[in-house]
Design a protein around this ligand. Structure first.
Ligand SMILES: [Zn+2]
Length: 109
């Protein structure tokens, strides 16, 4: 089958992941927007839905993200990254940190 998931490189960990598992930041004509539906036009930067990747992206002074988004302003990025952070927080709500390593299981409580 051809349509394999497109890979995108996370701006935090610099690892390629299937696009549909990542969070997207889009550089729209109105500025940088957090784009969880991956529908906004414009260039995008991708991030794993993990706070470690978000932190890594921010630690780099967002330089990599800004490059990916072609000169987005820092204020725009801050806003978009804050939105991404709250989305990550929502997804992890109620999830304990002590998830056993190597255990992959989906439990819908
Ligand atoms: Zn990552």
């Amino acid at each position: 089958m051809r349509g394999a998931a497109r890979l995108r490189t996370c701006v935090g960990c610099r690892t390629a992941h299937p696009q549909d598992g990542l969070l997207r930041l889009a550089r729209t004509p109105d500025g940088v927007r957090f784009d969880p539906q991956q529908r906004l036009p414009g260039r995008g930067a991708y991030l794993c839905p993990r706070s470690t990747c978000l932190d890594a992206a921010m630690r780099r002074g967002a330089a990599g993200v800004r490059r990916a988004l072609r000169g987005a302003s820092e204020a725009e990025l801050d806003t978009a990254l804050a939105a991404a952070r709250s989305e990550i927080g929502r997804r992890h709500q109620g999830v304990q940190h002590q998830v056993p390593q190597g255990t992959v299981r989906s439990e819908n409580a």
